[in-house]
Design a protein around this ligand. Structure first.
Ligand code: SAM
Length: 216
């Protein structure tokens, strides 16, 4: 994601009714915020929000929250939402490291990670959104019947993520593929911006699905 400093982005985000400046206040109260008991799905690192906006349009019976740490890209998602005004979609500008301050245990039914930053240096492994440290955070907020879905073009990050998931006693790896677009797992797939870009260059897309395991 090219990160340009967009003048006025922070102010526009602060003024939007679709983005929460103090999301910690909603912890445990997200259903009240949406005004229904529909499941809550979140996308972490949603960039310009194409994927989550399309899902929100397709599935009005699900509440969606997009999380992004940079204002410049979040602003693009917000601009679309200001036009569409979907009642089941909102955004948070935050670093996912703080996710447990924003969601209560079991509050989230699904987590999407799409084309997450690879952080290739070993010393930065903890920052990868599929690291053991992040999986532990997700386990705290995910409903026991929930799941985590991860897609990437990056083979090294995918191998790391598979190995991490297989070594995590409190997660089950339920499905994965090294070529999503030529696999039955592709049924109903919604493409992200990065996915469109990489697959149009012929790069295969990897995907895995994890479920929390409460037996251990
Ligand atoms: N998901 C989009 C897609 O597939 O088109 C964007 C992918 S882009 C490579 C990764 C995005 O994740 C960037 O917008 C980045 O700012 C965001 N991101 C990375 N680490 C994050 C974190 N710890 N918390 C929130 N957002 C993060």
């Amino acid at each position: 994601m090219r990160l340009r400093n967009v003048p006025g982005a922070r102010e526009a985000i602060a003024a939007s009714m679709y983005c929460y400046e103090t999301p910690e206040d909603k912890k445990g109260l997200w259903h009240t915020q949406f005004g229904n008991n529909n499941p809550i799905h979140i996308e972490i690192g949603m960039g310009k929000g194409r994927f989550i906006t399309e899902l929100a349009l397709k599935n009005p019976q699900i509440n969606y929250i997009g999380i992004e740490k940079y204002s410049s890209v979040l602003l693009r998602a917000l601009e679309k939402q200001e036009d569409l005004q979907l009642q089941n979609l909102c955004f948070i500008r935050m670093d996912a490291e703080d996710i447990c301050r924003v969601f209560a245990p079991c509050e989230v039914a699904r987590i999407y990670l799409n084309f997450s930053d690879p952080w290739p240096k070993d010393r930065h492994a903890k920052r990868r959104l599929t690291s053991m440290q992040f999986l532990a955070r997700y386990k705290q907020i995910l409903h026991p019947a929930g799941c985590l879905e991860f897609k990437t073009d990056n083979t090294d990050l995918f191998r790391f993520s598979l190995e991490t998931a297989q070594a995590a006693p409190d997660w089950d790896l339920t499905a994965w593929t090294d070529d999503l677009h030529n696999d039955p797992m592709n049924e109903g797939n919604v493409m992200t911006e990065y996915e469109e870009r990489f697959s149009s260059m012929g790069t295969p897309i990897h995907k895995m699905i994890l479920k929390p395991n409460w037996k251990n």
